[in-house]
Design a protein around this ligand. Sequence first.
Ligand code: ARG
Ligand code: ZN
Length: 882
Amino acid sequence: QAIYRKDYTAPSFLVDTVDIGFDLDPITTRVATRLTMTRNPDSVNQNIVLNGEALELVQLRMNGKLLTKRGYTLQGGILQIPDAPDQVVLEIETLTHPEKNTSLMGLYVSNGNFFTQCEAEGFRKITFFPDRPDVMAKYTVMLRADKKKYPVLLSNGNLVEQGDLGDGRHYAKWEDPFKKPSYLFALVAAKLVCQEETYQLKSGRKVLLQVWVEKGNLDKTQHAMESLKHSIRWDEERFGLELDLDRFMIVAVGDFNMGAMENKGLNIFNTKFVLANPRIATDVDYANIESVVGHEYFHNWTGNRVTCRDWFQLSLKEGLTVFRDQEFSADMVGTASGRAVKRIEDVRLLRQVQFAEDAGPMAHPVRPDSYVEINNFYTVTIYEKGAEVVRMVQTLVGRDGFRKGMDLYFARHDGQAVECDDFRAAMADANRRNLKQFERWYSQAGTPQVKAETSYDPLAKTFEITLSQTCAATPGQAKKLPFHIPVAVGLLDAEGKDLVLHCDDGASAGVAGTLVLELTKAKQTFRFTQVNEQPVPSLLRDFSAPVVLEYDYSDAELALLLAHDSDPFNRWEASQRLAMRRLVKLTDAARNNEQLTLDPMFIDALRGVLMDDTLDPAFRELVLTLPSEAMVAEQFSVVDSQAIHAARQFMRGMVAQGLRTELLNAYETNLTPDAYSPDAEASGKRGLKNLALSYLLEWADESTCQLALAQFDTAHNMTDRQAALSALLNAESKAATKAASKSLKRFYKDFKNEPLVIDKWFMLQGMAHATDVAAMRALMTHPAFTLKNPNRARSLIFSFCNANPARFHAADGSGYAFWAEQVIALNAINPQVAARLVRSLDRWRKYAPKAQELMLLALQKVANSKKLSKDVQEVVSKSLAA
Ligand code: ARG
Ligand code: ZN
């Protein structure tokens, strides 16, 4: 039941206009549409083809005539009408049941209000329609609903008419002046209020901006509004792209499968990515809101004005838009080190989640060749690796060249549904660059491994870097061809200063002291001349390509890079290499029940960074943060989660012991007593201070527990309050356990009316090492827990299965049995969320035979359960496949 990219055919009919009317009612909503359609001369298929799912068809008329059952076929969600004339007016009346719709796709009810989610294929749950992104039409929408219950009626575009219907109901008519694919349709009918503002664009034109929320949340919209204004300004300045509507709305909804959705003029957001004030949101929440608001806003051009021809091209809009939101966030911080912090955070996510995906059974290219359920392909590969691929283009053509390419892309494709190849062609043509080989980044899955070897010739004063690349097989792709890989390098002298570089072997200029080597063959040597001393290479600066780079650094070389590299990313990278090689050894030792030891050199290197006041606190925090257990797991072909946990905890303890004075000092010098602000400087200080606190609690005695308790009690923001609670929860001592349980109760009591904070409450417990499966089952009986709300389900279940590996992988297999139960329960409620949870076990082959057996049992239990959704079915069967 897979569909293939190579099977693409043009739509048989194009839709010019859509008139769609809703009689909104939670039990049964009547939807009446009128489509004007024209035969597509490019199509081989003669029939009108419409998609429809979970719909009751009331009547169907073609050019005014009722179509009886003999006039069409309806099979497997596809309605076909043969023998249609070239010009057609279709009138369709259908019924749907929004309140029963727990999938949160199509039209559904959340907390008594109506919302829609149509990407990727949700519009077909609203009406029969050619529900594919290359069918673009102009929409007019009529909403009718009870006036008291749903005072606010919103849809895409402009409000053109509204009024009373007399019977306690009212209506609103919306018109979207832009053609769009059905996945960008949206409506909201709700009891909501908004923060609004008139905003002047650089051109002088004024637009209305609104953030819609439930009444009690109006004190939490300011940051989203600020982020929206910053996004509008940034896209004007960096890309010359202006908001094309007179009105732009953001609506928050508590039940939502993903982060947010870029519906034209009416972005719908998970509350998690809108609502913030210092009391309920952390620094991380603030940063996420800024980036998601930016992301959805930027889609207006990269996604909406130019959209995807088919869903295989998803990364055309997602990779590009993630790249744009990453750049936006970096520019909002402004400083070089602030940009580096953002870059490091993005790379951490890529390595931990995307590299793992690339190495598992769900590995797929940035532009997949096939899928069973498209919702399963909203992945870190499409999004984050896709963004890296776009970033590499910018590295290859330069920032100005990238802008030229963007301009050409819009000049050529505005208003069209296109392919990833079209983006690449625009970039190549605008810069007269050959990006043919670069296409392999779109077509080949897997993370390339790049090996570097160097040799210095003191007589000739030359330094050679030999780079070779390989890429492991992935499902369906046994052999890979060489990628076009930009490798940014610098050479450091003995003092750690950048040498001036001379190299003629296919290198292009980067930042001063950095050259971009273009690796295009399996193996290539780059020769640097006029190198007067043996240098230390700084390789893959700013993470110039999404690859694993191997080079046999000595500890001393890493220490030099950590202390001096002009590239802040590689300073951080050096710290992670130092930590990782030790964690790998410690894990082996822990597995063999050997004595664990850590050399003082490592502690000294960390001390140097911690004490360096010239470095931003945010950067120091990143250096002092050890690679996660999941990252360590990636280094092993057979994972032992308990040994990894023991190794990392041991290292944390040693760092805490070795740097106790310095950590206390960092704690005290990074307090932020002033009124809360989420800016980079203040949040950086809190980050470092709270990391220090968590280390200090490795010695959870009276004094450190007091420190955490005091912070918990007196915190004037959620960042500090949550950090204190988390530190207590993860500390292992009687005193800490007591303090943690008291604080948990207090936290719940104080925030029981704030769902997003209760999510944090569940999340912290799901992740805590003390939480085993029995504790999880107890937490699930808490009255505030429900599987129906995706945020709540994720906060507890996903955090346990994905972020508590030592407990989830308990030797008795209890974690796996628990997982299977939850997948099966979720499958009946919300297939998309269920399928995401399946991913927690997709790498079962990486564990010891005994564990594999238990995981296999759990996977098979899911596979054999009844009424499996396509979503879950696909991930389970791919996980089980050889
Ligand atoms: N296009 C949205 C975004 O990236 C994501 C929507 C995904 N929805 C889904 N049901 N798969 O902002
Ligand atoms: Zn997106």
